[in-house]
Ligand binder design. Structure first.
Ligand code: MLT
Length: 254
């Protein structure tokens, strides 16, 4: 697993969304590494990490993260900050490695599983992407990642993410798609997730909209809910300043 490991202090483990890599967290790592150890890996099949063909489940990704902490000799509990697919993985991390966790930051993610139709679409996408390459997934995902506000910075971010996606191994994209298609319903688990949580969502997120994330925050016993203005699904990259502030407040209060 390739990992960006920067800074010193209590550890924060950043788990990226689909089909991206660790670089989506760069604004958080740049800020928070001044007083925290920021660990931002590329998940199996993404960025510079090794690819597994077939399917990678959310459970497997969660176990990979625990193994990474072992490898880095991090024994103290971490704050896990996951976006979207990173949140799906976070649910499994809580269930399988809760002793390694001291807080959860859930950005733009969902607790509901895929509908039958959504799962079928993902399986089709997985097969198609292996045949035709990652451009297909770039074209599907990019229009959904940011708010509808136009700016040079947003255009640059889209271009940059297109490059990240086009450089990703199609087999890694397919394997994660198949894993997401069969992910479990996390809603029944939320009430038992007692660690402090920050639930954050871009106000224009069309993939995991604010009302759905508000339900997650309500179901978690110790959660704070924040809506980030002028932002879509990738709030940490689109509007880093309020996201970083919310994270700092959460870390200070915990
Ligand atoms: C992500 O950002 O990780 C994706 O939107 C997750 C998904 O496709 O459900």
């Amino acid at each position: 697993m390739s990992v960006n490991d920067v800074g010193q202090g209590s550890p924060i483990l950043f788990v990226h969304g689909f089909p991206l890599d660790h670089s989506m967290w760069r604004e958080q790592v740049a800020d928070l590494s001044r007083d925290h150890r920021c660990i931002a890996p590329d998940l199996r099949g993404f960025g510079q990490s090794t690819v597994t063909e077939g399917k990678v489940t959310m459970e497997q990704f969660a176990d990979d993260l625990a193994a990474l902490l072992d490898e880095l000799k991090i024994t103290e509990p971490v704050v896990l900050c996951g976006l979207s697919m990173g949140g799906y993985i976070a649910w499994q991390f809580v269930r399988r490695h809760s002793d390694r966790l001291r807080g959860l930051i859930l950005c733009d993610t969902r607790a509901v599983p895929d509908s039958t139709e959504a799962a079928a679409n993902r399986l089709k996408l997985a097969d198609d992407v292996v045949r035709t390459g990652p451009e297909l997934v770039a074209n599907t995902m990019l229009p959904k990642l940011f708010s509808d506000r136009e700016s040079n910075r947003r255009s640059q971010l889209k271009d940059e993410l297109r490059r990240v996606i086009l450089a990703t191994d199609s087999r890694g994209i397919a394997a994660a798609s198949r894993g997401m298609a069969e992910r479990a319903d996390a809603r029944p688990w939320l009430a038992a997730m007692t660690c402090p949580a920050l639930v954050m969502v871009g106000e224009q997120d069309v993939i995991s909209p604010p009302p759905e994330m508000s339900e997650i925050a309500t179901a978690l016993p110790h959660a704070t809910f924040r809506v980030i203005p002028d932002s879509g699904h990738l709030a940490p990259l689109e509007t880093p300043q309020p996201v970083n502030e919310a994270i700092r407040v959460f870390l200070a209060e915990k």
